[in-house]
Design a protein around this ligand. Sequence first.
Ligand SMILES: [Cu+2]
Length: 516
Amino acid sequence: MVVLKKYLDRLPIPGKLKPKCKTKKETYYEVRMLQAYQSLHRQLPDTLIWGYEGLYPGPVIEANRNEKVLIQWENHLPEKHFLPVDKTVHGAMDAPEVRTVVHLHGSKVRPESDGFPEAWFTKGFEQTGPFFDRKICCYTNRQQAATLWYHDHALGITRLNVYAGLAGFYLIRDCWERKLNLPKGKYEILLLIQDRSFNSDGSLFYPSQPQPPVPGVNPCITPGVDGDTILANGKVWPYLEVEPRKYRFRIVNGSNHRFYSMRLDLDLPIYQIGTDGGFLTAPAKLYELILAPAERADVIIDFTGYRGKHLILRNDAPSPFPSGAPVDPETTGQIMEFRVILPLKDQDNSCIPDQLYPVTPIPENLVKVKRDLSLVVRRDQYNRLEFLLNGKSWHDPATEEPRRGQVEVWNLINSGFAAHPIHVHQIQFQLLNRQSFDVQHFNQTQELVFTGPPQPPGPGEQGWKDTIRSNPAEVTRIIVRFGPYTGRYVWHCHLLEHEDYDMMRPLNVVGRKGTT
Ligand SMILES: [Cu+2]
């Protein structure tokens, strides 16, 4: 383990990507995936990364609501991966070693542009996966202002491509947001939180075997990789100098496997104003913010009255969450530091509005289908853990085929020991409640016996979600209206080692007569 000093480097602020061309009708970008060396901490030699435009995190893409954005994603990566590739997991046996496809997480997008895991492509589009359809993806942005992020989604190596650095922010803006008088410009800061481990030569460390090692498979996927350092925007334990005023932070947990339970020193409150898919109806005042991998929180922190203070953003989420090993308060128990040492430049006229944007509940009387979906784990032929949705693997025929416009309730039944963040593509859904059940009885009989009343969503979960924490020994109920597009999508666990093996399923949204 490499020991690194905390709070030596300034928080990097990712720059905005410039379009190649912009007309009244559409905005066109080209984004290259490149191998590069980048300094991730002052005490480390430069680290080999893969980044969009050679940057980790990638450049920020900003779009207005209803703006038509076209992006040609180009793979300029080497043919060999620099992280350990397990050739036994789905999609990795007969495919080229380095393959990529981009998913814009949280976007309402047609299936051809959604980053379907088997729509991958290699360098120069020389080889393509069986579902590759187009070089240029189209994002119509017909949705409210929200914090989205783009990242790799190639079948069987998503965990490695994202760990290598393939992730970036994508923001949708709208006039409603502009009217809210939130902190903006340099007072609006993006935070991509991830954990990584390093070798002493500065290279990224990713284990090639679980503990204990699996005989007969090398390299071998593990049930989940946690880093021993925490990075924000591609720097290990950075600091940010702030003025004594309000700031808006757009936080993404971009980690492979680690959850964060964030709190600030001196019990400074965090006002959450938005979730994955947009604003909350009203802000939620929190002293603890839990984010599972891929979840987002749009928050305001008010540093007024804290002049001269150094405040650490801490993490006390065990891993696996919520009952695994506790974090070390000196390392993974810390994320970054805010130094309230800049003079107040101008009067802070921004506000934390009482009302943000109405989140209209999807009416439960419209529910046409209820599905029980279990999150299970079994042993494979090598006696290693294989995570599954409903006991089925990726290559089994689709079983979730909702009709466009139809409202469904999905009961996510987690009979395991750890939480899984479940992500559904194309749509934003709502959390109804969570309810604890007798796991032993369920595992013996497949019958649900509840051990407590349904618990309503937490204050920071009462908005539009595309990724939801499914806690162990609980049924998590979400209500979903499928559409607007029909076609081939996916739903999966967003712990990337689970997604790759094998906790991902096809999701076919079908037309009203059952056609795609
Ligand atoms: Cu999982």
